[in-house]
Design a protein around this ligand. Structure first.
Ligand code: NAP
Ligand code: ZN
Ligand code: ZN
Length: 348
């Protein structure tokens, strides 16, 4: 066991505060990682405030982890000391079910082991996330970071990047496809960059006009504010694909009306309340309403390699860990351009 330093929510809705805890000594298949940077995902806030139910405390959030390997177990073959590496939302899964065998560990039938707010495979050891100085992870769940990308701006690829890459690939965003990214936050801004690199025609739908210039700078071809009622007339029956990243309660029926025949709206944002969808919103136009959760380990590596090749990183604002509670408040106000990343040097 080694002692780890981090920041934790000790109880539900408590402000995050310094916390020390134990990490396991590396086993044969483990990689020990010094965490350099960790992104702040809106899911960290939802879980620290128990907005989805079932949260366990104390909670050390953080699943956009970028760091450097400091030690490897005797059976590790893919990593060596000094490698730049990443860890995303998962640190293990059953590895034997039909979904794990297809590389879809995020949909593990036995339940994946998430990076925090979860239990190890023994069912009783809590996992603690990336708002901490180091982490020990089985090599099968560790990713190679592209050497040409800075670790700080690449850290959020581990959740925001893969959560958009996976549905964009699955629903075949590419040349000739009209794709809308609904909500320009941490996830949304990665969606714009990746969809553009895939060759799609990209529109940003944002709840105010404030982010128009940013959307264009990020590479979007079009921008519409959803606070303007005429947007829903102009864009009726327009999109092949809408990726809905919104974390707040909005009326999905309105957005389904923007899909073409056979179009799909894929929900990745997780609002607190259930959404009421009318049957008419999907039967008229044979529309599809789907969801998607992060991506498997192999696909996450593919996404990192894709971002390395296309030089895609996140737009970030670096903070010391002491400012994490302030950062949470700013995320809730959509006042972040476009991801906070904690510089873990502030913890040492
Ligand atoms: P974020 O940076 O806070 O972005 C959310 C965006 O939603 C905001 O930037 C804003 O975009 C829009 N929004 C916020 N409040 C709104 C309101 N009242 N009305 C309309 N739009 C509003 O959060 P994020 O980290 O990208 O995460 C987004 C959601 O995805 C969260 O619920 C998170 O838990 C979830 N998530 C899901 C997965 C998955 O695997 N499915 C993975 C990671 C995160 P505009 O200002 O442009 O309107
Ligand atoms: Zn996340
Ligand atoms: Zn499984």
């Amino acid at each position: 066991m080694t002692q780890a330093k981090g920041y934790a929510a000790k109880t539900v809705k408590a402000a995050l505060a310094p916390f020390t805890f134990e990490r396991r000594a590396p086993r044969d298949q483990d990689v020990a990682i010094e965490i350099k940077y960790c992104g702040i995902c809106h899911s960290d806030i939802h879980q620290a405030r128990d907005e989805w139910g079932g949260s366990t405390f104390p909670m050390v959030p953080g699943h956009e982890i970028a760091g450097v390997v400091t030690a490897v177990g005797s059976k590790v073959t893919k990593f060596k000391v000094g490698d730049p590496v990443g860890v995303g939302c998962m640190v293990d899964s059953c590895r034997t079910c039909a979904h794990c065998e297809q590389g879809l560990e995020q949909y593990c039938l036995g339940g994946a082991t998430f990076t925090y707010n979860s239990m190890e495979r023994d069912g009783k050891t809590p996992t603690y996330g990336g708002y901490s100085d180091h982490v020990v992870v089985d090599e099968s769940f560790v990713l190679h970071m592209p050497k040409n990308l800075p670790l700080d701006a690449a850290a959020p690829l581990l959740c925001a990047g893969i959560t958009l890459y996976s549905p964009l690939m699955h629903w075949k965003a590419g040349p000739g496809k009209k794709v809308a990214i609904l909500g320009l936050g941490g996830l949304g801004h990665m969606g714009v960059k990746i969809a553009k690199a895939l060759g799609a025609e990209v529109t940003v739908l944002s709840h105010s006009a404030r982010k128009e210039a940013d959307a264009k700078n990020l590479g979007a071809h079009h921008f519409f504010a959803t606070s303007d009622a005429s947007t829903f007339e102009t864009l009726k029956n327009h999109f092949d694909l809408i990726i809905n990243t919104v974390s707040a309660d909005i009326d999905w029926n309105q957005y389904l009306s923007l899909l073409k025949l056979d179009g799909s709206m894929v929900v990745v944002g997780v609002p607190e309340k259930p959404n009421a969808v009318s049957a008419f919103s999907i039967i008229a136009g044979r529309k599809n309403l789907s969801g998607s959760m992060i991506g498997g380990i192999q696909e996450t590596q593919e996404m990192l390699d894709f971002c390395g090749k296309h030089n895609i990183t996140c737009d970030i604002e670096i903070i010391p860990i002491q400012k994490v509670n302030e950062a949470y408040e700013r995320v809730l106000k959509s006042d972040v351009r476009y991801r906070f990343v904690i510089d873990m040097a502030s913890l040492r």
